[in-house]
Structure formats: C-alpha cells, structure tokens
Ligand binder design. Structure first.
Ligand code: C2G
Length: 132
C-alpha cells in the first residue's frame, strides 16, 4: 500500500487543484489530503470563502482523494508522515524547496502548477464582473 500525502486550502475548487490531486494520486494507492482548517488559514494570512467542513466534504467527493485530515499547523507534516506511513509528500512547485527537510522521512515531489488559474484570480475576476 503506497501512501501519498498533500496539503492545502483548496478553496473555490478549480482545475489546478483537481490536476494536482490527480497527479499526486497517480504516485500511489491512496491519497491523503491535509486540509487547512479555517484557523490555520488565518495563520497563513488566508481567509477561505468556503468553510472547512464544506471544503472537506467537497474534497472527499473527488475520486482521487481517499482520506481528508485537518491541517492545523506547519509542524504536523512529520508526524502525519510517520502516522500514515507515507511514501511521498507531493506539492505544487510554488512550494519547491520548502519541504526538503522532510526528505529524511519520505520522498518529496514538487509538481508544476497549472497555469492560468488560481483562487485569487477567480476572486479578482468576480469582483470586477459588471453588476447586471
Ligand atoms: N495548485 C496548482 N495549480 C494551481 C493552484 C494550486 O498546482 N493553479 C496546487 C498548489 O501548488 C498546492 C495545491 O494546489 O499544492 C493546493 O493549493 P492551495 O489550496 O493554494 O494550498 P496552499 O495555500 O498552497 O497551502 O502546508 C502547505 C499548505 O497548506 C499549502
């Protein structure tokens, strides 16, 4: 049983998120997602539009996702890796190098981000839609 883990906020779910999950899942038999809680997002300087419970429900509905756990701190990754016997941590390459310290516990893979889409861009575009 090869276990992959990834972490994120996954707010306003879009194809960049889905493509990351799809590619991450392809590395193993099961994919665990550490989903940022609303409180942890605040510490990342982010405020998700969709609350944790609904983001969790939506991720669990994605065929590539097997387990969703709360991401409450930066430090939990090492213990998650041990607890779930993780074979690889997979993240988008906007995080390239940030988690190399975890190479002592597991493989660390950074995948190219999907160009042209981001939650921030969606929010900006919607703000400028002409009011009917
Ligand atoms: N992503 C992507 N392409 C995009 C947008 C996002 O591949 N166009 C990837 C990111 O690189 C990340 C994942 O999708 O691996 C989730 O992105 P976010 O929800 O923005 O997560 P982030 O805020 O980067 O949180 O401890 C790690 C953090 O929780 C990651």
């Amino acid at each position: 049983m090869t276990t992959i883990i990834t972490y994120g906020t996954f707010d306003l779910l879009h194809k960049g998120h889905i493509r990351l999950l799809q590619r991450a899942a392809a590395y193993g038999d099961r994919l665990i997602v550490g989903l940022s809680t609303d409180e942890f997002n605040a510490s990342k300087g982010k405020r998700a539009y969709t609350k944790f419970a609904d983001r969790k429900m939506m991720l669990e509905a994605i065929r590539y996702v097997d387990i969703v756990i709360p991401e409450e701190s930066w430090e939990q990754k090492a213990s998650d890796i041990k607890k779930f016997n993780v074979d690889a941590l997979v993240m988008g390459n906007d995080w390239a190098g940030q988690f190399d310290d975890l190479r002592k516990y597991t493989k660390v893979i950074y995948l190219p981000r999907t160009d042209g889409v981001s939650t921030t861009q969606i929010k900006n575009d919607l703000e400028h839609v002409d009011q009917e």
